[in-house]
Design a protein around this ligand. Structure first.
Ligand code: DC
Length: 232
């Protein structure tokens, strides 16, 4: 795979609930960089499979259908929950890709190598001009291994469950803590054990445990690391 050149790119990877999305969006805004949500693209592929009654492991059919559909990710616009706007064939699916149904199926679709290859090429194209913050599971290890700064966020299971519960609560969804914990552990297991591009700390990546940190503390830490690397 071709590596893209280091060009003012920050990658932020980590498991569900580690705070990636919140942190990556604020960092991008504060530093004037483009935010690229790679998880949204895996969610879009999953929605395509579900909407077209394609089996979640039927890579060929998902890919064939996906290549016929215009995928647009609008990094400059977000909905009321601060999610990046995503359109499939001009239809806004920002809400649909965040459904529990898609959430439960996305780890299966994101195991498929053909899907990963397709999305990585789109992600590299989006990041090609640099000046971007990429967020996901493999953005530092696979998509942009030469990024200027590679961050890997973690947090304890208990803290991640607490954050997810709060997120669902804000959306008026009441879910048992035990089922949230099971969902997170299941996703962790699939994301970390898959053969292609598993969730790993990238080479030269900096791991930050956010369990006992405020959002502002994490942001300031990443910004300091960025300034240290960009100062002349
Ligand atoms: O960050 P998220 O919850 O929106 O990601 C949804 C799923 O997509 C996640 O369970 C794993 C997959 N994913 C991936 O495999 N590689 C990425 N770079 C981003 C997400």
């Amino acid at each position: 795979m071709n590596k893209i050149k280091t060009n003012n790119i920050i990658t932020i990877d980590g498991p569900a609930g580690s705070g990636k999305s919140t942190i990556a969006k604020i960092i991008a805004k504060d530093l004037g960089l483009t935010y690229i949500d790679t998880g949204a693209m895996y969610r879009a592929m999953t929605l395509i499979a579900l909407d077209n009654n394609i089996g979640l492991e039927d890579e060929k059919s998902i890919l064939a259908r996906a290549k016929d559909i215009k995928l647009e990710i609008d990094s400059s616009a977000s909905d009321e929950n601060n999610y990046t706007k995503l359109r499939l064939d001009n239809v806004d699916v920002t809400d649909e890709i965040r459904s529990r149904e898609v959430g439960a199926a996305v780890s299966i679709v994101s195991k498929l190598s053909g899907i990963r290859k397709y999305l990585v090429s789109i992600q590299r194209e989006l990041a090609g001009e640099g000046n971007a913050v990429l967020e996901g599971r493999d953005t530092g290890s696979i998509v942009c291994p030469d990024a200027l700064l590679k961050i890997f966020l973690t947090a304890s299971i208990a803290e991640r469950v607490k954050r997810r519960k709060l997120q669902l609560y804000k959306k008026n969804q009441k879910v048992e803590v035990s089922s949230i914990e099971e969902e997170i552990k299941n996703r962790d297991h699939i994301d970390s054990s898959r053969e292609d591009s598993p969730l790993v700390v990238p080479e030269d990546g900096i791991e930050i445990d956010t369990s006992d940190m405020t959002i502002l503390e994490v942001i300031n830490k990443i910004k300091q690391l960025y300034y240290d690397r960009t100062k002349t």
